[in-house]
Design a protein around this ligand. Structure first.
Ligand code: URP
Ligand code: ZN
Ligand code: ZN
Ligand code: ZN
Length: 468
């Protein structure tokens, strides 16, 4: 049986930081013990592979609970396939992604799920699971939710935005929440008042305000806060937990904090783009601002401090990427002269672990909190723990050796995502992935990708393990 030993690193989990050696067998962590102690004697001699991690961090692989590989949007498709996107994720120290399968209006959840399996199966370099986007809440799709939960698709995204595409009205949302309360499915909410936003879009375009920066203005922070408030109340009435995706506005975060102070099972996710980028980027000239068009939108810089505080106080529990890349050339350009036609989404699946490590360096969060928000809590939230999100006996050996002192400059020249720009072009970060194991198999080894498409397995999930 193939054994791997990781020697001499600082093992960091959400719970602990210990100088320990890690023994891996058959793709799983078998044991951790004090470095070079009597307990680890003989481990290296019997191992097929010994990884020297002296001076490095040994961390659980990142769990990115929000990606959109090949998502059809605005007449085009997100530019990363499961093959290119999962490989880029591995380069960045992420070993599990949860992507969103999409139900099309007039079709079943099963059809949507089958379509996403056809895109992903045998393509991924790392393990993956699916959430389901509910675009058409009706008697049949509500019944199907029960079946999907049993099969391991245990979370369902609803949209208060995008009328005519993914939008659900309050009645449909309430029904889905009631069903989730009964079957254990976690409702994920895109909380923006899309009906009001569409009025503001129409008015802006009619007044000749067509540049990318108006995307940020019409998607008002108060319309994120209002929708967040409404989603919380609907969840309360339905008796269901609620997970609000891509929180960007301080006012929306305040709604989550109020609900959590009442002891409600209300959770929030934010993304690196809201922590590191702002409306200044949306206002970049020569249509460069289109590179930063996503929804919820980037906010004025002042919101960032509130988001960091939310991550420290646990009013926000998860940082995912909402990775949804569109090339500047040919894709973002669809919206020249009309910001509402710019496909929404930013690349980032490769950058998340590094940017959050930079947040450790900058003093925003601790090392253990880094692992908590990027690996452990997403795994618990979406029913993957302790198989994913930690380093403990029995866990999958999804492990990253991380060099906390390496310096790098983020750039489209060197990234591995299939997109022609980086949202973080030129940003210096301290820290870099050195080695990535997925179920004990090397995927990244120094500067080389040594994994393969199809190594990544579809991973059915349990229900939310984070409820109060
Ligand atoms: O702009 C974004 N976030 N695009 C992806 C779809 C979504 O709403 O998450
Ligand atoms: Zn159909
Ligand atoms: Zn969304
Ligand atoms: Zn998304």
């Amino acid at each position: 049986m193939s054994r791997t030993v990781i020697r001499g690193g600082l093992v960091i989990t959400a719970a602990d930081e210990v100088h320990a050696d890690v023994l891996i067998e058959a793709g799983r962590v078998v044991a951790l013990a004090a470095h070079d102690s009597e307990f680890t004697a003989g481990w290296s001699a019997s191992a097929g592979r010994v990884i020297d991690a002296a001076g490095k961090y040994v961390i659980p692989g990142g769990v990115d609970a929000h990606t959109h590989m090949e998502l059809p949007f605005g007449g085009t498709f997100a530019s990363d396939t499961f093959e290119t996107g999962s490989r880029a994720a591995a380069w960045g120290g992420t070993t599990t992604i949860i992507d969103f399968a999409v139900q099309s209006v007039g079709h079943s959840l099963r059809e949507g799920l089958d379509t996403w399996h056809a895109k992903a199966d045998a393509q991924c370099a790392i393990d993956y699971g699916f959430h389901m986007i509910l675009a058409d809440v009706n008697e049949d799709s509500l019944k199907e939710m029960d079946v999907l939960v049993e099969e391991g698709v245990t979370s369902f995204k609803l949209f208060m935005a995008y009328p005519g595409v993914f939008y659900s009205d309050d009645g449909k949302i309430l029904r889905a929440m009631q069903r989730g309360a009964a079957n254990g499915g976690l409702i994920m909410m895109h909380a923006e008042n899309g009906i009001a936003i569409d009025v503001l879009v129409e008015q802006a375009l009619a007044a000749g305000r067509t540049d990318p920066r108006y995307h940020g203005e019409v998607r008002h922070a108060l319309l994120e806060a209002e929708a967040t408030h409404r989603a919380i109340k609907l969840a309360q009435v339905a008796g269901s937990p609620l997970y609000v995706v891509h929180v960007s506005a301080e006012e929306a975060l305040a709604e989550l904090a109020t609900a959590r102070d009442k002891g409600l099972n209300v959770f929030g996710e934010t993304c690196p783009q809201y922590l590191f980028l702002s409306t200044d980027n949306l206002a970049e000239p020569d249509f460069e601002g289109s590179k930063y068009v996503c929804s919820t939108p980037l906010r004025p810089k002042e919101h960032q401090a509130a988001l960091w505080r939310g991550l420290r106080t646990n009013d926000l529990q998860v940082v995912s990427t909402d990775h949804c890349p569109f090339c500047f050339s040919g894709q973002k350009e669809l919206g020249r002269g009309d910001f509402s036609k710019i496909p929404n989404g930013l690349p980032g699946v490769e950058n998340r672990m590094d940017l959050l490590h930079q947040a450790v360096v900058d003093g925003h969060i601790s090392r253990r909190r880094w692992i908590e928000i990027a690996a452990a809590t997403p795994a618990r939230m979406f029913g993957l723990y302790p198989r994913k999100g930690t380093i403990a006996p029995g866990a999958d050996a999804d492990i990253v050796i991380y060099d906390p002192h390496a310096e790098q400059v983020i750039s489209a020249e060197t990234h591995h995502m299939n997109v022609d720009y980086s949202a973080y072009e030129g940003k210096r970060v301290t820290g870099q992935v050195e080695t990535v194991l997925s179920r004990g198999e090397p995927v990244i080894d120094g500067k080389a990708f040594v994994g393969r498409a199809g190594h990544g397995q579809y991973t059915p999930r349990g229900t939310c393990q984070y409820l109060i």
